[in-house]
Design a protein. Sequence first.
Length: 358
Amino acid sequence: MQISKLKCSIMMGFGMFQSTLKGALSHISQLRSLPKNTRMVHNKVTIIGSGPAAHTAAIYLARAEIKPTLYEGMFANGVAAGGQLTTTTEIENFPGFPEGLTGSELMDKMKEQSERFGTEVITETVAKVDVTSRPFKYWTEFNEDAEPNTTDALILATGASAKRMNLPGEETYWQQGISACAVCDGAVPIFRNKPLAVIGGGDSACEEASFLTKYGSKVYMLVRKDHLRASTIMQRRAEKNEKIEILYNTEGLEAKGDGKFLNALRLLNNKTKQEYDLPVNGLFYAIGHTPATSIVAGQVDLYENGYVKTVPGSAITSVPGVFAAGDVQDSRYRQAITSAGSGCMAALDAEKFLAEQE
Ligand SMILES: Cc1cc2nc3c(=O)[nH]c(=O)nc-3n(C[C@H](O)[C@H](O)[C@H](O)COP(=O)(O)OP(=O)(O)OC[C@H]3O[C@@H](n4cnc5c(N)ncnc54)[C@H](O)[C@@H]3O)c2cc1C
């Protein structure tokens, strides 16, 4: 147990260092190439995004000899090219990698596979799109006033980002005890048989807390209000679970630890105004995600929570020729493998759309 814990710490620490360094280096090299796009281009298919959805779509389209152009972004929405997986360490649930690999390694492999079949990957952020008429128009960051580029079909794979609370100490213990994905990180050895906390009071928080009881010795749900927002069935499930304790009127104030790993939370009871430390080795945020849909808002139908609406079982959006894949259209599963699956769907839908236009 001790050895596996140590191994995990080293891997997590090294992984974080690697991804931070990599992000910084890639940012510097990206900045060096600025501004780059002064020539207007026309593409058959343009993919916006660089996570598993974007690269899977690219692999399928490139293999179908529709040379796609993929804009991987330049820290678009604060996420490095490669997407959310570049912010994590070990990925143990992506099929095909029985030993696990880091998020950055997985994304590097996907990018390599996209390029191998002829995808053009451009390290720029798409700042603006106009999908009101075809061919669609788009502009990249720093080129918003230039002539637009055009495309016959567009795949949105811009992802989403987990909301964070930015508590003092959060940066230090991010991925060293703090996570925003219980399904992704719950099984990591540092959380096994340890007290854990989930912040949030909705369905996801109840679901994540229940899920974490498989691993933690106890799971505290920290709820700001005096009641849960979750559906009745989810509330009952959480309330009945002997390993879950719901702390109402409770707010997080600070993430504390030994400099390496989280070991406590400073909390406030907003009713009694009492502050105290709760010993926990894991903190999971379940306070929602923000889909990266601002560039299409008002042009493509979105749900109230901002996610792109797609025709069930497809990547088809309300605008013919615009397809959406990955977390940007999925508020439910939000996994690398489901994103990759929907990237495949978007590519096949786009291919069919183009064939029908010929
Ligand atoms: C900490 C953490 C750990 C996780 N661990 C796992 C795990 O172990 N297993 C698992 O299956 N899932 C995991 N996930 C979830 C997984 O990362 C996501 O489900 C998946 O990455 C979503 O892929 P995506 O292709 O939709 O887009 P994202 O990965 O969200 O990538 C979208 C990319 O598009 C870019 N972009 C956005 N807007 C623009 C624009 N206008 N122009 C150009 N580029 C743009 C962004 O910068 C980003 O790089 C984890 C998530 C997090 C946050």
